[in-house]
Design a protein around this ligand. Structure first.
Ligand code: F0G
Length: 456
């Protein structure tokens, strides 16, 4: 099956189209772009996707991204012909996107929803430990389509780890990453160094590094793999395909996840917009985007200043004024959930579109709730990094507020692995003041004393 695809400005009053063979992140008018498709998307594909779970040693069936290749076919491959698609699609040997939702009894109880109605999908179970691998598979496929050799990103640590790994595995590509000096968790920095990326520690935070990358993107030799790249978001849609596939295409009432640069907010919304347009689903889930109190842009704009997508007629003056004040006052994002320590999310407008389409909500959570929620996920035998726990903290808050009904179905997305930011976890547990602290006990090498401590 083949599909026609193109890039198109997200703002309907512009709507300018470009070829997918172009390497561009924005429209000539300055707005973001979407990958758009024309083709037949028969509902029988649901059956095909399911059959591919028996992958028969085909890595593009094993991949939780390329299993859905018909729905993200900007590379124009023949989706039934391995000799065609295996040359064009980039994969970490089928390892990316092999995730699914799980029931977590203790976490469900913590957030106030019955176990049967609550799932968490652990995208930290991707090969580089975060959801980014979903998007890098498609971003690198496009990079290869346009002959790029040097991929660049700004990062709070996970995008960079993923880009570095994909570049390493592609053999002929180099990853250059810009991170805020001292701003990313050690596990993530370690990955980028180990995978062999060129690591530039920018004096500043993520927003500063992102501004550098946006400026660099004008150079044709530089291929940007931040979520500004519309092709990356195509891969991130597959997280939602896997949720639905697992739930037998029954749409949950809510999807809850953390917001940072708002790539997921954009990608998840687009996934549902498309499936709705294809007639595969008849209900829209409501999206709940959870941001840290110390990085509140989306909440400030959406909840306080009532900024809306408004069918593409956004009041830009609200955004300009908000960022103007941020710059004038020198305000910086600040949260222990370093992955989402972002004040100027590049996908803001696409995120607003998602919120409109899904009747979504935005909520903020303090670091203390994020850290307690992170500890709770681990008390359930699973685990995640701080930013991911915003999902659980946010769900709990929305249930307490009665926005999420206790009898509604909720799928939360956990975005990064427990071992990404071990310092945050150790610090939490070493402080006995914390609600779920499991503080270690220092003992003399004395058998009697140890027996006493273990109550034997
Ligand atoms: N959770 C984790 C673990 C992340 O790494 C990120 C983003 C997010 C949530 C937010 O997702 O940007 O789609 O809204 N990390 C980026 C990075 C910014 O550079 O690794 P988003």
């Amino acid at each position: 099956m083949k599909t026609e695809s193109w890039l198109q400005c997200i703002v309907p009053s512009c709507g300018k189209k470009y070829s997918v063979k172009e390497q561009r992140t924005t429209c000539d008018c300055g707005e973001l772009l979407d990958v758009r498709y024309k083709g037949a998307f028969p509902e029988s594909l649901k059956e095909t996707f399911s059959e591919r779970l028996n992958h028969r040693q085909n890595i593009f069936n094993e991949s939780g991204v390329w299993r859905y290749r018909e729905l993200i076919n900007f590379a124009g491959v023949d989706t039934e012909k391995p000799s065609d698609y295996s040359k064009k699609l980039v994969s970490l040997d089928g390892a990316e996107g092999r995730t699914k939702p799980f029931h977590l009894t203790r976490v469900a109880e913590y957030v106030g929803i019955t176990t049967d109605n609550f799932w968490l999908q652990f995208e930290g179970d991707n090969p580089t430990g975060s959801f980014k691998d979903n998007g890098m598979a498609t971003a690198f496929t496009h990079a290869r389509m346009v002959g790029a050799k040097k991929v660049v990103c700004a990062s709070t640590g996970n995008t960079s780890s993923s880009a570095a790994a994909f570049a390493a595995n592609e053999l002929d590509m180099e990853a250059v990453i810009l991170v805020g000096a001292g701003k990313i968790a050690k596990g993530k920095l370690a990955q980028s160094l180990a995978y062999g990326a060129k690591v530039l520690q920018v004096k500043g935070d993520f927003d500063v590094a992102m501004a550098m990358v946006t400026a660099l993107s004008k150079q044709s030799e530089i291929y940007v793999v931040n979520s500004l790249n519309s092709f990356r978001l195509e891969g991130q849609k597959t997280m939602m395909f896997r949720v639905l596939d697992y739930l037998r295409w029954e749409v949950p009432d809510w999807i809850v996840f953390p917001g940072g640069n708002l790539g997921n907010t954009s990608a998840f919304g687009k996934a549902f917009m498309e499936l709705y347009a294809y007639g595969w689903i008849r209900k829209k889930p409501r999206m709940a985007v959870v941001v840290a109190e110390g990085a509140p842009t989306l909440s400030d704009l959406y909840n306080e200043l009532e900024l809306r997508w408004n069918r593409g007629n956004i009041d830009n003056s609200i955004i300009d004024e908000y960022y103007g004040e941020v710059d004038r006052k020198g305000i910086k994002a600040k949260t222990r959930a370093s992955a989402i320590e972002i004040l100027k999310p590049v996908n803001l407008k696409k995120a607003l579109r998602t919120l409109e389409f899904t009747d979504g909500v935005v909520t903020t959570v303090p670091d203390s709730d994020i850290m307690d929620a992170m500890a709770m996920v681990s008390k359930n035998g699973f685990g995640c990094e701080p930013a991911s726990a915003a999902t659980v903290a946010g769900t709990k808050k929305l249930v307490e507020q009665g926005i999420i009904g206790a009898d509604e179905t909720v799928v939360g997305i956990s975005t990064g692995h427990i071992l990404k930011d071990t310092a945050a976890i150790v610090d939490y547990h070493f402080d006995p003041q914390n609600r779920f602290a499991n503080t270690p006990i220092t003992v003399e090498p004395d058998v009697k004393e140890i027996l006493k401590l273990v109550n034997v």
